[in-house]
Ligand binder design. Structure first.
Ligand code: KG4
Ligand code: ZN
Length: 334
């Protein structure tokens, strides 16, 4: 049984996982309300909120799992990448607890946690498969092989997929975070109303770029407001914007499936909640006979269970970090 802690961004999370798969508890305190009025995550506020919540969230994760520190094999914590002040809270907590209870400590890469989170729910995932990780902080296309060995095929060169949803929503005055609001509005709009660009869709690689779509939305809205404010509805803009983002994500994922001969695609990260992305990916994958898997949403968004899950594998491979473990804002998995 491993305790996994994640405080990399704006969620204070702790979980207990048995054998790397069985989620005994998975507790997450969201800070969304704190950051809402600023239209994005304020790093200093995030750190302070983590400090307030961390002890309670860890205690609850143990209580809900029905275990005490004596039952644990190790403590795992996200130590990279993320907001440095936020990461430091989780790392300091994990180090203190490991020291007090004489438990091994493991520092985990948050992105690896996302990538392999579906290990906990999908028994029969075929290898190799393609994993699309799309959240507020990351956009990654990864090829996953037997033994959960993975190779990063591509990532975003600028904004992450969730980030571009959040920025467009902020620009349109729809609040933060923007993904769900835009998703909901888009259901009532016409996705062909505006033909927004699909940056890098046809490049011969697996890279993404989303900031150009955001700029196009802004220019379009400014122009439309000057010309005729009633010409196009916010629902149409949301649907057209979403169509552009999802089109690129699906197209490149499918390209990766075809090129690698993978039998399945998995989808994780907060944007995995997107209804259009789910439906389009499923449809496109079915056309080439590939399966699509989504972990449940509480394993897609930031959580401690994915950290404990990957730590189990690392623990078995012999990884141990000393009490000198440090937090670092960057943490490539390439
Ligand atoms: O994985 P997550 O909780 O945190 C990060 O690691 O970033 O992802 C949060 C992101 C936000 O950008 C949010 O707008 C986006 O996921 N999101 C969505 C939807 N629900 C959440 N994006 C598109 N459609 C949704 N339904
Ligand atoms: Zn994340």
């Amino acid at each position: 049984k491993i305790l996994g802690i994640d405080t990399s961004c704006d969620e204070t999370a702790a979980a207990v996982v048995a054998d790397g798969r069985e989620v005994l508890s998975n507790i997450v305190a969201s800070q969304v309300e704190t950051h809402q009025e600023y239209g994005g995550v304020v790093p200093e506020l995030a750190s302070r909120k983590h400090i307030e919540a961390i002890n309670y969230i860890v205690s609850r994760s143990l209580a809900e799992a029905g275990v005490t520190f004596k039952d644990l094999e190790a403590i795992a914590v996200t130590n990279r990448p993320g907001l440095i002040g936020a990461l430091l809270v989780g790392v300091a907590a994990a180090k203190s607890l490991a020291y007090c209870h004489n438990l091994p400590l493991l520092g985990i890469n948050h992105i690896e946690g996302h990538l392999l989170s579906k290990r906990m729910v999908h028994d029969a995932l075929p290898f190799p498969h393609i994993c699309l990780t799309v959240s507020g902080g990351h956009t990654l296309l990864v090829e996953v092989h037997e033994g959960w060995q993975y190779k990063v095929l591509g990532s975003t060169q600028d904004d992450a997929a969730g980030e571009v949803y959040d920025k467009v929503a902020k620009y349109l005055g729809l609040g933060f975070p923007g993904g769900k609001v835009i998703d909901d509005l888009a259901q009532k709009g016409n996705p062909s109303a505006v033909k927004f660009p699909r940056p890098m869709r046809n490049t011969d690689d697996y890279q993404f770029s989303f900031s150009g779509i955001k700029t196009s939305v802004r220019y379009f809205v400014e122009k439309a407001r000057r010309a005729d404010p009633d010409m196009i509805t916010i629902e149409d803009i949301a649907a057209s914007f979403q169509a552009a983002v999802v089109d690129v994500l699906v197209y490149k994922s499918l390209r990766a499936v075809k090129a690698t001969g993978a039998a399945a695609i998995t989808l994780t990260g907060g944007v995995a909640a997107n209804s259009h992305l789910r439906a389009s990916l499923k449809l496109a994958a079915a056309e080439i006979g590939a399966e699509v898997y989504y972990p449940p949403m509480n394993l897609c968004t930031d959580n401690g269970a994915m950290i404990a899950g990957i730590a189990y594998q690392k623990y078995q491979q012999g990884l141990r970090d000393g009490l000198s473990l440090n937090a670092t804002p960057k943490g490539s998995i390439f």
